[in-house]
Design a protein around this ligand. Structure first.
Ligand code: SME
Length: 161
């Protein structure tokens, strides 16, 4: 579908453009998360899981993703995803085994990046990326994924979800 250059900076520029094009004219948050997860899974290397958890009350519920089946509900404050949701801060974890309360959905995961999706000033979902490589995610990945979730947040209607 897309053929991207390989340098990480250029990759996120290209991904941002592709995501904006894919979301144009569609506001359904579930559909947009599904296409965003598929795009990320196809074009960000060395992932074993890529997807979303949606905020539902005081917990997170599994959303669209690519990879192995995963745990469905995560309480705010629990694990890497619950920490990102409760603090609103990006969690870039080089070694998941050293993260207190890490939830091991896939034993292959070694490092993890979780980026909150913020809409109207509050967290509505989190983007969760897992890698089998320790220390896989850099500041560039955190910033690049931050740009992607901004496009997703702005381009979707979160009222109904
Ligand atoms: N490892 C996550 C749970 C979700 S899975 O990685 C898909 C966590 O600790 O929150």
């Amino acid at each position: 579908m897309f053929d991207f250059a390989v340098s990480p900076g250029q990759r996120y520029d290209d991904l941002a453009k592709a995501l904006a094009a894919m979301l144009a004219g569609e506001r359904d948050a579930i559909a947009n998360m599904a296409n965003a997860a598929a795009l990320i899974w196809q074009y960000i290397p060395d992932l074993n899981w890529a997807g979303f958890y949606r905020v539902a009350g005081s917990e997170l519920v599994l959303g669209p993703f690519q990879g192995k089946p995963a745990c469905i509900r995560i309480a705010f404050g629990r694990g890497v995803c619950g920490t990102a949701a409760s603090t609103g801060a990006v969690q870039c974890v080089a070694d998941v085994h050293a993260f207190p309360g890490h939830i091991a959905c896939d034993s292959a995961s070694a490092s993890e990046l979780v980026v909150p999706v913020i809409w109207n000033g509050h967290v509505v979902a989190v983007l969760d990326l897992d890698s089998p490589l320790p220390g896989r995610f850099s500041q560039e990945d955190a910033e690049g994924c931050g740009r992607l979730v901004e496009i997703l947040a702005d381009g979707s209607n979160w009222d109904k979800h």
